[in-house]
Design a protein around this ligand. Structure first.
Ligand code: NAD
Ligand code: MG
Ligand code: MG
Ligand code: MG
Ligand code: MG
Ligand code: MG
Length: 338
């Protein structure tokens, strides 16, 4: 078993008296900043003028430019979108780094794929909560936390791991448990999970199921309920108590269908495709293409986003959800971090 760290294993003193800059005030940024502040740490926000800056000010935080916050801080947590981190780092963060500072991330993409190369005399580590920022905030306020990962890439001060653990305690993650990983493992497994299973896999599975029923002449509304709406109920049961718990709740007929038909849909070929996806992540192909997509103003991203918007499952779903006020939009807004 991997070692888990909890509050009682962690001495937060190492982070006391240090100036922490949270750069960005989006999904993760607002949660880290508010949780750290309420845990008694010295926090300032580095952000460009705009909505996020206004929100941070309304939340009673000390708001500065990115350059100013990064310059005065000892610990700089970069919570900008991954695609913008390199440019902002080079223009506004790097000039303010001095020996002994800590450059910190919530995802390893830019360090692992060498978009950002920190000076050798600063600590580089990550604290990655395994959940969206709004949950990191809400669970903290409820006295609990979202579990997290820590990893040290560069330990210039000899304190990098202790600082990472103290930070994870400050945002509430160590109430739920913190696991140590590496930048390589965090980055590659995070990308793989969201591509193969959570976002990519789940969306394609749902669309293919919906299309199969609709093309066979069934009502789209019925197809939506069977292949989309009910997925949450099934996933909740798995999340709470494992596959066996889900199977206990569904009928034996559903469970038998799972055993005989599931492997006909997600086949050895699907698993081979997953291995290809993983290879592209590991060898940098995915990162290179995504960086290039951003450099060219996102032509494919924009087209694919529109295609999802235009899919019948989204039209039907929007109408049905309007008639189901209990479904609400809150949870989904939190997941995308908007
Ligand atoms: P986000 O898009 O919600 O927020 C980004 C923030 O950066 C916003 O406040 C935005 O105004 C600001 N910003 C954008 N461009 C800027 C610029 N050029 N200069 C200054 N400010 C700028 O981002 P997020 O989802 O919180 O992601 C931040 C980091 O956390 C990423 O590394 C991401 O991989 C990681 N992460 C996110 C989640 C999540 O659930 N959202 C979970 C774990 C890790
Ligand atoms: Mg991710
Ligand atoms: Mg059903
Ligand atoms: Mg059963
Ligand atoms: Mg049924
Ligand atoms: Mg998003």
């Amino acid at each position: 078993m991997a070692q888990m760290y909890y509050n009682q294993d962690i001495n937060e003193k190492v982070l006391e008296g240090k100036k922490i800059a949270v750069i960005g005030y989006g999904s993760q940024g607002h949660a880290h900043a508010l949780n750290l502040k309420e845990s008694g740490f010295d926090v300032r926000i580095g952000i460009r003028p705009g909505n996020s800056a206004d929100r941070a000010k309304n939340d009673g935080l000390d708001v500065k430019s990115v350059a100013e916050a990064a310059q005065e801080a000892d610990v700089i947590m970069v919570l900008l979108p991954d695609e913008t981190q390199k440019a902002v780092y080079e223009a506004e963060i790097a000039p303010g780094l001095v020996a002994g500072n800590a450059l910190v991330f919530a995802h390893g993409f830019n360090i692992h794929f060498e978009q950002i190369v920190a000076p050798a005399d600063v600590d580089v580590f990550l604290i990655a909560p395994k959940g969206p920022g709004h949950l990191v905030r809400r669970t903290y306020q409820a006295g609990a936390g979202v579990p997290g990962l820590i990893a040290v890439y560069q330990d210039a001060t000899g304190q990098a791991k202790d600082l990472a653990l103290a930070y994870s305690k400050g945002i509430g993650a160590a109430r739920a448990g913190v696991l140590e990983t590496t930048f390589k493992e965090e980055t590659e497994t995070d990308l793989f999970g969201e591509q193969a299973v959570l976002c990519g896999g789940a969306v394609e599975l749902v669309k293919a199921g919906f299309e199969t029923l609709v093309e066979a002449g069934y009502q789209p509304e019925i197809a939506y309920f069977e292949c989309f709406h009910e997925l949450k109920l099934i996933v909740d049961l798995m999340y709470e108590g494992g596959i066996e718990n889900m199977n206990y709740s569904v009928s034996d007929t559903a469970e038998w269908g799972e055993y005989v038909s599931g492997p006909r849909v997600v086949t050895a070929e699907s698993k081979a495709a997953m291995k290809d996806v993983l290879t592209d992540i590991q060898n940098g192909t995915f990162a290179r293409e995504w960086i290039q997509e951003n450099e060219t103003n996102r032509p494919q991203y924009t087209a694919k986003k529109q295609a999802v918007k235009d899919h019948q499952i989204e039209q039907v779903g929007a109408k049905l959800r309007e008639m189901m006020p209990f479904v609400g939009q809150k949870a989904s807004a939190e997941v995308v971090g908007k």
